[in-house]
Design a protein around this ligand. Structure first.
Ligand code: GTP
Ligand code: MG
Length: 416
């Protein structure tokens, strides 16, 4: 296809007379087609010049003009096609909203008093796509992230809480709820027993310990096991892996899947992986996760490791307060996800720091201080045993006794 810039067939026989172009107020030569004034030239040729041409020239010119018209039409077609594509793209963008629209959660938000199209879009864009996400998030955060006003936000939170009947309930109700809590098997019976029958959902579990104690290995194993059916100790769900240290290894997933006779391709497909390059990125990935959980059937979130980036970015005593505040907010983002999605388990790993001043007892404590200790629901300390063996110690759990379990890290993953 010829481009407009290539069209210049000056010197047509029988032409060549100069004339003044009224359209562009410049001297032109008859028979010439001006690339800069294609429309005007086309018009001139169309209306005035063709009449003056001899029969043969007329035909030549006509075919020339036709060609130009075709080219122009093709160009226009291209433009129309492009516009249509862009519109389609836009449509598919808004489709997400439309698809979500059909989603019950969004429908429920729409029914809240005072929620119009604009408010709904702002909420969804900021990741608040269910009543739960609005009800459980502090209004200040909703306000900052969605750009809604404080009065509107306060009303939305109140209305969402009322809809979800969040308030006091009897201990019996809580008991009923906890009886039905789901668990993920670790692959080791002993380790499962330490957790009271597998790692439970609806909470944040922290594994901390020295290097090579198996934190990352447990994280990998749980990404496989969460995909198992309920009867085999899984949740029939997918995993989201936030890797802050670059230690995620799909090879290990393949080995662990094969150890369980699972199709590793399917298992790999169902692990959504995000590499966090700094603490801000890590925080952002978790904020974005809120929108993925329902859509991708995510039942397990791994953050390996929780503190690494914060530790290297916030250096010096002067930054300590800000660091702790940021970690606290990040942990609360994770905790909130488990409130919003009760069948979600969050696993964070944590390093330990040496305490050279401690002579008796355990000389290592988890990094992150009290903020992390209080933020996680269940805390387990890992240490090395003989060879492949590792020892897990329950440090803190609201309902589990302190105890220890020995498990092994083998080629096929975590076992007894
Ligand atoms: P840091 O991230 O460095 O703090 O350590 P971590 O606690 O995350 O250690 P990780 O879970 O990566 O454990 C690494 C250890 O797992 C290795 O040193 C091995 O002992 C063991 N391991 C990893 N892959 C295999 C394997 O294929 N076979 C066996 N038998 N052991 C393995
Ligand atoms: Mg690790």
């Amino acid at each position: 296809m010829a481009k407009a810039s290539e069209i210049n067939n000056g010197g047509q026989s029988g032409n060549g007379e100069p004339y003044f172009c009224k359209e562009c107020k410049r001297n032109h030569t008859k028979g010439k087609i001006y690339k800069d004034h294609l429309k005007f030239a086309r018009f001139e040729i169309d209306k005035n010049e063709i009449e003056e041409k001899s029969e043969s020239n007329e035909k030549e010119l006509e075919s020339e003009v036709e060609e130009i018209f075709e080219d122009l039409e093709e160009d226009e077609d291209d433009i129309i096609e492009l516009n249509e594509m862009e519109e389609e793209e836009l449509d598919s963008d808004s489709n997400e909203v439309i698809i979500n629209d059909a989603n019950m959660c969004v429908e429920a938000i729409k029914k809240l008093p005072g929620v119009g199209e604009a408010t709904l879009k702002k909420l969804i864009k900021a990741g608040f796509s269910s009543l739960e996400s609005i009800a459980y998030t502090p209004p200040k955060i909703i306000q900052n992230e969605s750009g809604l006003g404080d009065k509107t936000t306060a009303k939305l939170v109140k209305a969402s809480m009322a809809q979800l009947k969040i308030g006091f309930k009897s201990a019996e109700d809580v008991w009923e709820y906890r009886k039905n809590i789901s668990r993920i098997t670790t692959g080791s019976q002993e380790l499962d027993d330490l957790f009271g029958g597998g790692i439970e959902t609806g909470c944040v579990v922290e594994f901390f310990g020295e290097f090579r104690t198996g934190k990352t290995q447990i994280a990998h194993q749980l990404c496989v096991n969460v995909q198992l059916p309920y009867e085999d100790g899984g949740l029939n769900g997918n995993a989201l892996y936030i890797d802050t240290e670059g230690t995620f290894r799909p090879e290990r997933i393949v080995q662990m899947s094969e150890g369980l006779d699972l199709d590793y391709k399917k298992i790999l497909k169902n692990i959504i992986f995000g590499r966090a390059y700094n603490s801000d990125h890590q925080i952002l990935l978790i904020k974005e996760a809120a929108n993925l959980i329902k859509e991708k059937n995510i039942k397990l979130i791994i953050v390996d490791s929780l503190i690494g980036h914060f530790r290297s970015e916030y250096i010096g005593r002067g930054t300590l307060a800000t660091r702790q505040q940021t970690i606290n907010a990040h942990l609360h983002d994770l905790l909130r996800l488990t409130d919003i999605f009760p069948e979600l388990c969050v696993i964070v790993t944590n390093q330990v720091q040496s305490k050279p001043d401690v002579f008796y007892g355990n000389p290592t404590v988890a990094t992150g201080g009290n903020i992390v200790a209080h933020g996680s629901t269940i805390r387990v300390y890992l240490r090395k045993g003989k060879g492949e063996q590792r020892v897990a110690k329950m440090i803190d759990a609201p309902h589990l006794p302190e105890g220890e379990a020995v498990f092994s890290i083998t080629e096929n993953g975590i076992t007894d």
